[in-house]
Design a protein around this ligand. Structure first.
Ligand SMILES: [Zn+2]
Length: 237
């Protein structure tokens, strides 16, 4: 799957799961999500849905923060045995979830930085004006990212669900890759079996372009109408 499809699936996945987890407790995390948490979670999940492709040199995410993401990508590629190997396994999702949850428990500031990075990755993945003028695109992306993170920060978003959202984003990535013809070694390193190989549609083929991407976009619009208390946000008459 292409980067933007993964990023979109992260937003849709988070919005779809919010009504299901709202008011429940999972692994000690109480889900009491307001509009701020829903928006923050969408960006975190969209960014996380791109993390597994950090193992690929030319992936959108690896290019996002220049030398920083390239070095991180090379490291992960080495640790997890090359492209679409260990970074596409349950083990990777678990490690990412645990690491980011530890980060969230450790420092409020660290979480803000991480949310900033993931939001930048998400916007980049969604193709926020990437094409023609790279410098302008990067400036727009950085400003958009900063604005979003600052708005979330001032509204006092609670990030106790961080690790679960990141792990969930990774799982959405695997689902996306399994829906294309390339299999995913979910049980790596125990087994190299690739789930979903030779099934599904072509990456960046007509189905992904003309069906999947538009459907994901429509889903985001519909979920936004459904999830947010628009009427309450209007100024009182
Ligand atoms: Zn992938």
């Amino acid at each position: 799957m292409m980067g933007h499809s993964h990023a979109l699936s992260g937003v849709v996945g988070w919005m779809a799961i919010v009504p299901l987890v709202q008011g429940t407790e999972i692994l000690g995390v109480r889900f009491d999500l307001g509009p701020g948490e829903i928006i923050a979670g969408s960006f975190v999940c969209a960014g996380a849905a791109l993390l597994p492709d950090l193992d690929h040199k030319s992936a959108t995410i690896t290019q996002t923060y220049g030398v920083v993401t390239k070095t991180l990508g090379a490291l992960l590629n080495w640790l997890f045995g090359g492209h679409r190997n260990g970074t596409h396994s349950f083990l990777f999702a678990l490690i990412m979830g645990v690491l980011t949850q530890a980060l969230a428990l450790w420092s409020d500031m660290a979480v803000q930085v991480f949310v900033f990075l993931l939001t930048g990755i998400a916007l980049n993945g969604l193709g926020f004006g990437m094409d023609k003028n790279r410098t302008a695109a990067e400036v727009i992306n950085a400003m958009g990212t900063a604005g979003i993170v600052l708005a979330l920060y001032t509204s006092g978003v609670d990030y106790s669900w961080m690790g679960l959202a990141v792990a969930f984003g990774c799982l959405l990535h695997f689902a996306g890759d399994m829906a294309t013809e390339m299999g995913v070694p979910l049980l790596w390193p125990a087994s190299k079996y690739r789930f979903g190989k030779n099934m599904g549609f072509k990456t960046d083929g007509p189905i992904e372009r003309k069906v999947i991407t538009p459907l994901l976009t429509i889903a985001i619009v519909l979920y936004s109408i459904y999830l947010f208390p628009w009427a309450e946000m209007l100024p009182e008459a």
